[in-house]
Design a protein around this ligand. Structure first.
Ligand code: SAM
Length: 317
């Protein structure tokens, strides 16, 4: 199937911005407009609630929402299902003392998702190194009415884990630049060039993987961090399983006592997992989530969750 054919089978995913209203209110509003819960492909006004992500609705791929007042008011966020996984899997705290980092934030869909899951409480530091993308991020955060976010125009790798400001960060979301090879439903997407030689591609992917690994290792240095989500919209093992495999063997991981979360803690109802042959320990693949662009009605995507292990003595304290 071509990218366009695959895109046609993907419903229009709409995340309800629970910083503005509830999903129940949104469902009632659409029903009052003549929509019915018959599923996204039943007819042009059919829709459904997603079975994995609580605040996600599925509409017909033909629905036009970009001029809808609900969208312009920030109450609806147009976000692919797979890209809702990272914030949900990170499961950030939702109390006044929560401190969370989104290390690579622009344009900001995952930031506003984290902010909503935190119930707009605590503090969410959102880093973005690119100046123009940072401006987009600020606009998106204002539109989504995120009040607990502190956007910072900085390179995450230059942020000191010893800075007292970040002492109590417990959750980090890492969704760094990647090849984007999983994206199928954006018309503006530049598909990976078919004319690129295998050697050039390998060099490009290796460079991305080195950077992605560096980001994970940096996140592991934050003294109080307990959970780190690493995600990409790539389908290549080089940027996914291999990066996780190398992170697991790093000094930062071993000294920080990080390990992959158990499969039951990582979207257990989702069937498609990592590729066992690409891991040192094939059993680890069950802890990894993959989305296949041809088969899961989403973009191609990858999510992993590192958790800090605590000893029995610590657990008893
Ligand atoms: N999480 C975002 C969302 O859901 O809207 C998408 C993030 S995008 C895949 C990666 C972003 O990270 C880009 O905007 C890029 O400029 C930024 N970035 C890359 N390296 C960075 C770094 N070292 N520090 C901060 N931002 C970085």
């Amino acid at each position: 199937a071509t990218g366009d054919e695959r895109a046609a089978k993907i419903p229009r995913y709409v995340r309800i911005n629970t910083s503005c209203w509830s999903t129940e209110e949104a469902v009632e509003t659409f029903i009052a407009r003549g929509y019915s819960l018959d599923g996204p492909f039943a007819h042009s006004k059919g829709f459904a609630r997603d079975e994995h992500i609580p605040d996600l609705l599925l509409f017909s791929p033909d629905i036009q929402l970009s001029d809808d007042p609900l969208y312009t008011a920030g109450k609806l966020i147009l976000q692919d299902k797979a890209s809702c996984f990272p914030a949900y899997i990170l499961s950030p705290p939702d109390d006044d003392n929560g401190v969370v980092i989104d290390a690579t934030a622009a344009p900001g869909n995952k930031t506003s998702h984290l902010s909503a899951l935190m119930q707009n409480k605590g503090t969410l530091y959102a880093f973005e190194r690119d100046k123009r993308r940072f401006a987009t991020l600020q606009m998106m955060l204002a539109k989504a009415r995120c009040k607990n976010v502190q956007p910072v125009n900085a390179d995450f790798l230059t942020v000191s884990p010893d800075d007292p400001k970040y002492n109590s960060v417990t959750h980090i979301l890492l969704d760094p630049s990647c090849s984007g090879s999983g994206i199928v439903n954006r018309l503006d997407h530049l598909l990976e060039s078919e004319s690129e030689s295998m050697d050039d591609r390998e060099t490009r992917l290796n460079k991305l993987a080195d950077f992605q690994l560096m980001m994970i290792k940096h996140a592991m240095k934050f003294p109080s961090v307990k959970r780190i989500v690493y995600s990409t919209c790539s389908i290549h093992a080089a940027e996914n399983e291999h990066v996780v495999r190398d992170a697991l063997q790093s000094e930062e991981c071993l000294s920080g006592r990080f390990d992959l979360a158990s499969p039951g803690d990582v979207l257990p109802a989702w069937k498609r997992r990592g590729i066992p042959e690409e891991m040192n320990n094939p059993a680890d693949a069950a802890s990894l989530v993959r989305c296949s662009p041809g088969e899961d009605a989403t973009n191609g995507f990858f999510v992993s969750l590192f958790v800090r292990q605590i000893s029995t003595a610590e657990a008893e304290n």
